[in-house]
Design a protein around this ligand. Structure first.
Ligand SMILES: NC(=O)c1ccc[n+]([C@@H]2O[C@H](COP(=O)([O-])OP(=O)(O)OC[C@H]3O[C@@H](n4cnc5c(N)ncnc54)[C@H](OP(=O)(O)O)[C@@H]3O)[C@@H](O)[C@H]2O)c1
Length: 269
């Protein structure tokens, strides 16, 4: 896909990967609809893009509400008259061993955001994506392929989204394309700060886990996602070594689980 002149809706554009995607795609000449709940942050990102000669509009949306997703799509059509790309990026995470969780209700919030919120956006935008022969881009995680301690609800939501998108790809073959970005830990986002802990609390108190040297920079991650959009890839693993995971899962699962345990201990608070 050539990104110049294309219209992208990016959910979760008020922070992290979404904000950086908005900036880098706008620099390539794409028109951006920056969508999330925090209007002030969206406005700041759009102002910066427009000041630098790009084109972006902020749209306040809570993707857990289908009516708001419909409105987001309506506003996009009113402003730009088409949709070429839908980036399913808005997301929320957790860090707690399942049997230590006191109040399980935040699993619903994670599922409503990462899974249902994404499918609401697809349902609202799909007719326009078909019209333009457009693309859905999903910001997923390697954890969704293999399972991951302390992330049970998060992993399940991303696994569900993967299953959904695999079906949408088959149902709409020749009409739309789908890119799944399978990411490792990315530095410089707010995902850890906003993740749920065992008490259902958000980790905004300075107890956020530190990244190791192996984490990928935000700029590099987004650059690779955009290159993958341009190359029309179905899946991109960031970093590349994650592409071994599906193979290891089938043939060397014990080895994979030991590697994961090691990674977890490095990432303890
Ligand atoms: N960072 C990583 O290491 C990593 C690794 C693998 C996958 N990912 C995935 O990449 C995506 C982006 O993560 P990030 O690291 O950039 O996190 P982030 O900095 O915390 O950004 C998350 C974004 O989602 C938005 N959001 C959350 N709930 C929403 C809702 N109900 N409606 C609309 N927007 C909502 C937030 O904006 P508001 O609060 O303003 O709504 C924010 O803009 C996520 O799907 C995450 O699972 C990240």
């Amino acid at each position: 896909m050539i990104t110049k002149g294309k219209v992208f809706i990016i959910t979760g554009a008020s922070s992290g990967i979404g904000g950086e995607l908005a900036n880098q795609l706008a620099k390539k000449g794409a028109m951006i609809v920056c969508a999330a709940r925090t209007l002030k942050k969206l406005e700041a990102i759009c102002t910066e893009i427009n000041k630098n000669g790009g084109s972006a509009i902020p749209v306040q949306v809570d993707i857990t509400d289908k009516a708001q997703c419909d409105k987001m799509v309506e506003k996009t059509i009113q402003s730009y008259n088409k949709i070429d790309g839908l980036v399913l990026n808005a997301g929320i995470s957790m860090w707690a061993k399942f049997d230590e969780i006191k109040d399980i209700s935040f699993f619903k919030t994670i599922m409503n955001t990462n899974y249902l919120g994404s499918i609401y956006c697809v349902h609202s935008a799909l007719p326009y994506l078909k019209e333009s022969k457009g693309k859905i881009i999903s910001c997923s995680t390697a954890q969704a392929i293999m399972g991951f301690p302390n992330h049970s609800g998060y992993v399940a939501s991303k696994h569900a989204l993967h299953g959904f998108l695999s079906t949408i790809r088959m149902e709409n073959k020749n009409e739309i394309t789908i890119l799944e970005a399978v990411l490792s830990w990315i530095k410089g986002t707010n995902l850890r700060r906003n993740s749920f802990g065992a008490e259902g609390e958000k980790k905004q108190d300075g107890s956020v886990r530190k990244h190791t040297n192996e984490s990928v920079s935000l700029h590099q991650c987004v650059k690779i996602i955009i290159q993958s959009i341009e190359k029309d890839l179905k899946t991109v693993y960031i970093p590349k070594k994650l592409s071994l995971i599906p193979f290891l899962k089938v043939f060397f699962n014990g080895f994979l689980e030991r590697k994961v345990s090691k990674a977890i201990s490095k990432n303890k608070k």
